[in-house]
Design a protein around this ligand. Sequence first.
Ligand code: FAD
Length: 380
Amino acid sequence: MKALIAGAGIGGLATAIALRQAGLVVEVLERSQELRESGAGLMIWPNGTRALQALGVAVRRLVVERISFRSWRGHELMEIPMDIISERYGSDVAFVSRADLQAALTSTLGEDALSLGADVQSFEETEDHVEVRLRHDSVAGDLLVGADGIRSVVRRELLRDGDPFYLGSTIWRGVVHSPGIPIDRGQGINWVGPGSEFLAFHLPDDRIYWAAVTKEPRGEMSGPGGHKQDLLDRFGRWQDPVSALIAANDHAAILRNDMYDRPPVNHWSRGRVTLVGDAAHPMTPNQGQGACQALEDAVALGRGFAHAANVADAFKFYERQRLGRANRVVKASRQATRGVQIDAPILCAIRDTAARILPRTLMLRMLDKTLSAVPAGDLD
Ligand SMILES: Cc1cc2nc3c(=O)[nH]c(=O)nc-3n(C[C@H](O)[C@H](O)[C@H](O)COP(=O)(O)OP(=O)(O)OC[C@H]3O[C@@H](n4cnc5c(N)ncnc54)[C@H](O)[C@@H]3O)c2cc1C
């Protein structure tokens, strides 16, 4: 059986590995002429690590020893108990570089499975195959997986459910080489303020990754001084080293993206076509789960084909494993975004107090939703 996969992001590459492991021939259709990933970082939670292990992908990683939440002035609000997480979910949490993860996925898959410059325009199904139209060509397979991200062309044709939804916040990201910055390796710090947050952690090399979220009108428009000045205007009075990190970043290397998601749907598949990753369940980055969920999709779809006799049964297995769980994470991520968007002083005080007194059992119950909702053994 031949699987065509639209998109060579984390979801598409991981899916190709999983389907090849299940015995399928795979071709990944990527519209870019080369695989490029900016140097930004990712947190890989235990569910993501378990999926990477199942795929046989080894990536350079820095184990997280501590994640703390602080108010923008620097008051400690809460800490995620990392020791309990490893014990409870069977793996630690790690910081990785996106470029490293993409390189590890590509080398596990093998470049022979990649078709670069293949811009998917549409698809057509017949009873026994699916034909994918590219900008200048077309290609046929037994099934198509849309892994083409939040503005997926495959999803547009499959579900016809319109555009993603702007959540009202934007996220800036950067990476700095800064030996003087007082953040320990293995430590993640997340500062929360009115309508905004700022987080920073070391990557496995000597760089620090940071990200900032603020409420903004849609459009990613910057002021006359550019992204860096906009950030300094918004975060200049936050606890050190927030402004030092912004100031140290190369002005031109600051990325900014508006935050979108989609309301969860009750199916991702029709006939010989299905969706994975952000194409299936785009979510805000506030829970650090989008890539982890895409990795879980890949493993579940591979398991589907390893166990099922035909495409329909494989997709059924995949959706049974993944729909409910991914949809819960989409909702939890949106809720987390809404929490960060609180900006009235009285509500900020209530939010911060709630974080300070949150019982550990309740925190673990919330983490259970994202980290251990798959029945034990399904992804191991
Ligand atoms: C600021 C930020 C921080 C994040 N932090 C984390 C984190 O800490 N942990 C975590 O797990 N997740 C995190 N995420 C989420 C994560 O980055 C995404 O969920 C994940 O990268 C989605 O991967 P994907 O492969 O589904 O989609 P994408 O990465 O969007 O890849 C889609 C691919 O498809 C290609 N493509 C698009 N259209 C076509 C077409 N028509 N034809 C052919 N190819 C096409 C694109 O070029 C691209 O290569 C974060 C996201 C953001 C924005």
